[in-house]
Each structure stands twice: as structure tokens, then as C-alpha cells.
Write a protein that binds this ligand. Structure first.
Ligand SMILES: Cc1cc2nc3c(=O)[nH]c(=O)nc-3n(C[C@H](O)[C@H](O)[C@H](O)COP(=O)(O)OP(=O)(O)OC[C@H]3O[C@@H](n4cnc5c(N)ncnc54)[C@H](O)[C@@H]3O)c2cc1C
Length: 164
């Protein structure tokens, strides 16, 4: 166990060609290569274990994420995927000789279905953002003047599905 992950002593042969290939498909701010930029990604919620990732990619959309995975497959570079890095079991612990794929920028809530109590979200959406969006979609029974009976039929004033 380390309080800070050690710097790698040598760089794998794939690193420079992969960086070049990724720069062609990612915006400049979506590829981290320097040790000081990689440091925040050296652990997840299980901070007793730390490893500096070889590279970190932060795609802004699905197409970019696909491109990153294609390039890594081409160079046979292992990938660890990361959401917010709050997992407590070390599942997002990076590989020194691998790429960490952070999906934090994929942060759109795609759909909230209040009746079924489900939400479809991208992997970078924060819990709080879901709670806030769900409040806006809350379905409450509405009162009807002529019928004292509340049933599902009295509910549809709020749309069954909210698209955020
Ligand atoms: C203070 C604190 C409180 C917490 N409270 C709760 C709680 O109340 N309830 C609860 O359930 N959990 C809780 N957790 C645990 C943590 O928040 C959850 O495990 C959370 O769901 C992890 O999400 P993440 O996006 O941070 O995943 P990460 O930690 O980034 O990843 C978790 C695992 O999923 C993999 N992964 C991530 N994204 C993808 C993807 N898009 N595709 C494939 N694999 C992927 C990673 O490689 C890793 O193995 C808490 C954690 C902390 C630190």
C-alpha cells in the first residue's frame, strides 16, 4: 500500500504512438499524459491502493469513447473504465501500463420515468443531479372536482416520461 503511487520508471513502447493516435480523435483537454494530471486518478474510493495510470482519456461523447476503445484495442492496451471513482472496492484502480477511461464528461440524464421509478443516465451523472431532475418530474395525484376517487387516471397532468 502506498500513500502516493510511485512514478513509472520506464514508458511502454505503445505510449507515444497511442498518444498520437488519441490526439487525433480527442479534444486537447480530453487526454491527460503528465504525471501531475494523472495523479487525481491514481485511486478510487479505496484510497489505500494507488497506481498512476499510463494515460487518462476523458471523452466528451459516445463516439469519442468508441474511438478511444478502438485505438486501445489496436495497440493492445488494457483499459480500466471509471465513472466518478467513488467505488469502495478498488474496481476503478488504474493499470500503470494501461489507459484509464473516465466517463465523467458523459453526464446527460437521458430519461426519467416517474411512474416506473426508473432513470436512464449516462455514466458520469452525479447522484445529486438525478435527485434534482427527479424532483422536477415528480408525479402527484391531482384533485378532480367531480370525482373524489383518486386513481391512475387522475395522474397524467405530469408527463409519464420526462426527457431531461
Ligand atoms: C462517501 C461514500 C458514500 C457512498 N455511499 C453509497 C451508498 O449510499 N450506496 C451505494 O450503493 N454506494 C455508495 N458508495 C459507493 C459508490 O458511490 C458506488 O459504488 C458508486 O455507484 C460508484 O460509481 P462510480 O461512478 O464512482 O464508479 P467507479 O468507482 O468509477 O467504478 C466502479 C466500478 O465500475 C466500473 N465502471 C465504471 N463506469 C463504468 C462503465 N461506464 N462501464 C463499465 N464499467 C464501469 C469501474 O471500472 C469499477 O470497476 C459510496 C461511496 C462513498 C465514497
Amino acid at each position: 500500500m502506498n500513500s502516493v503511487a510511485p512514478l513509472p520508471t520506464d514508458r511502454p513502447a505503445w505510449r507515444e504512438p497511442l498518444v498520437k493516435a488519441l490526439r487525433a480523435v480527442l479534444p486537447p483537454t480530453s487526454l491527460l499524459t503528465e504525471a501531475e494530471d494523472l495523479r487525481p486518478y491514481e485511486c478510487d474510493g479505496l484510497s489505500a491502493y494507488r497506481r498512476l495510470p499510463g494515460l487518462v482519456a476523458l471523452p466528451e461523447d459516445i463516439a469519442q469513447a468508441q474511438q478511444v476503445l478502438r485505438r486501445c484495442a489496436e495497440f493492445k492496451v488494457p483499459v480500466v473504465t471509471r465513472g466518478a471513482g467513488t467505488g469502495l472496492s478498488g474496481g476503478a484502480l488504474p493499470l500503470e501500463n494501461g489507459l484509464l477511461l473516465s466517463l465523467a464528461k458523459l453526464n446527460r440524464i437521458l430519461e426519467i420515468d416517474p411512474l416506473n421509478r426508473t432513470a436512464t443516465v449516462q455514466p458520469g451523472v452525479r447522484n445529486l443531479a438525478i435527485s434534482e431532475a427527479a424532483v422536477a418530474c415528480t408525479t402527484r395525484p391531482t384533485r378532480r372536482r367531480r370525482s373524489p376517487v383518486r386513481s391512475a387516471a387522475t395522474w397524467p397532468k405530469t408527463p409519464a416520461v420526462c426527457i431531461a
